[in-house]
Design a protein around this ligand. Structure first.
Ligand SMILES: *[C@@H]1O[C@H](CO)[C@@H](O)[C@H](O)[C@H]1NC(C)=O
Ligand SMILES: *[C@@H]1O[C@H](CO)[C@@H](O)[C@H](O)[C@H]1NC(C)=O
Ligand SMILES: *[C@@H]1O[C@H](CO)[C@@H](O)[C@H](O)[C@H]1NC(C)=O
Ligand SMILES: *[C@@H]1O[C@H](CO)[C@@H](O)[C@H](O)[C@H]1NC(C)=O
Length: 304
């Protein structure tokens, strides 16, 4: 009896762990355009009134972290009004598209309207790139047969330097368009944090200086820089969501870049994302379940 209760509790405790793993199939190294099912967690944040255009109202990238929550940058969900004020975009005027490698191949399973947008409470639009992260809650879940999720990185800030990661999204391929109609992916190498901080604290004519904080990270592919429409794109290292693109400074029309790109470091915001979306095994609900597990085990022992 005791063993039975214990096994039941273990089974109950384990259910949530397996459900959030990303699809690891269909992965093709080397290519630039994504294959069907290759990046099932990548989203396109789209303005509904622009869906009839060639680029389908694409505004920014992002990543699904649960079947109902996407992570993107806070700057992606802000508009600047005529008098210079920043306002959060009207959630009902936008939607999230995912689960396709062709922006034009849409279906009921591939788009969801937005219930609410939660911007990080410490994001200040006038201090860009700091706490530059937002969670988009959809009105309903995507089916997991069409759209996948990506687990959040846990690693310490210094562990990933030099790693080769993948960035995928719908940004323009050449700077002449505002988006690409094909989902593209590129390798990016994680850039030394101190060197990146130095690069962005050096005055460059025409560019504002950035204080690269530890809650940001940098990555670069000199032959494949990010372009218009790439903001919010996920940087995935070792199958974990590790960064969200918040700034790029290269001239992508030339297809070369020497400035490292700046990403929000996901591990710094992991607990906030978890609290906002439930994207974790360590959520409040699990803590309660864990407590019930312990109570049940103790009770079972007492009753023995
Ligand atoms: C991306 O990096 C992987 C190693 O992590 C490598 O096998 C692959 O060839 C690279 N792709 C490109 C397009 O450079
Ligand atoms: C938000 O957008 C919807 C649909 O486009 C519109 O009906 C509504 O008035 C907008 N709300 C605000 C506050 O602008
Ligand atoms: C994307 O889909 C559209 C509409 O079905 C099609 O015309 C276009 O050729 C597709 N593009 C690619 C790259 O598959
Ligand atoms: C730029 O990219 C767009 C969209 O992918 C494509 O239609 C266009 O031909 C490209 N232009 C050049 C000059 O390569």
């Amino acid at each position: 009896m005791n063993n039975f209760v214990f096994l039941f509790v273990i089974a109950l405790c384990g259910t949530r762990v397996s459900s959030l793993n990303v699809e690891r199939t269909n992965r093709i190294a080397g290519g630039e355009s994504a294959k069907p099912g290759e990046f099932p967690y990548v989203i396109s944040l789209q303005e509904i009134s622009q869906l009839s255009t060639y680029t389908r109202g694409h505004r920014c990238g992002g990543a699904m972290v649960t079947a109902r929550h996407a992570v993107t940058s806070a700057s992606c969900v802000h508009d600047r009004t005529e008098n210079g004020q920043f306002v959060v975009i009207n959630a009902t005027a936008y939607r999230v598209f995912a689960g396709s490698f062709n922006l034009s191949v849409d279906s009921a399973d591939r788009n969801r309207n937005i219930e609410k947008i939660t911007v990080h409470p410490d994001y200040r639009p006038n201090t860009p790139y700091v706490n530059d992260i937002a969670v988009i809650t959809l009105v309903g879940e995507f089916p997991n047969s069409v759209v996948g999720t990506i687990p959040l990185a846990v690693s310490e800030p210094t562990q990933d330097q030099g790693s080769i990661c993948q960035a995928a999204g719908w940004g323009s391929q050449n700077g002449t368009s505002s988006a690409s109609t094909q989902l593209m992916h590129r390798n990016k190498t994680v850039f030394d944090q101190a060197v990146c901080k130095g690069v962005y604290s050096t005055p460059v004519p025409g560019f504002t200086q950035i204080n690269v904080e530890n809650s940001m990270m940098c990555a670069l592919n000199p032959l494949s820089p990010s372009c218009e429409g790439d903001l919010g794109n996920p940087l995935v290292c070792n199958w974990y969501l590790t960064g969200i693109l918040v700034h790029h400074r290269n001239d992508c029309s030339l297809g070369v870049g020497s400035f490292p790109e700046v990403y929000t470091r996901i591990s710094s915001f992991r607990s906030w994302i978890e609290r906002t979306s439930g994207a974790s095994t360590f959520q409040p609900g699990m803590a309660v379940l864990g407590l019930i597990c312990i109570v049940q085990i103790v009770t079972a022992k007492v009753l023995q």
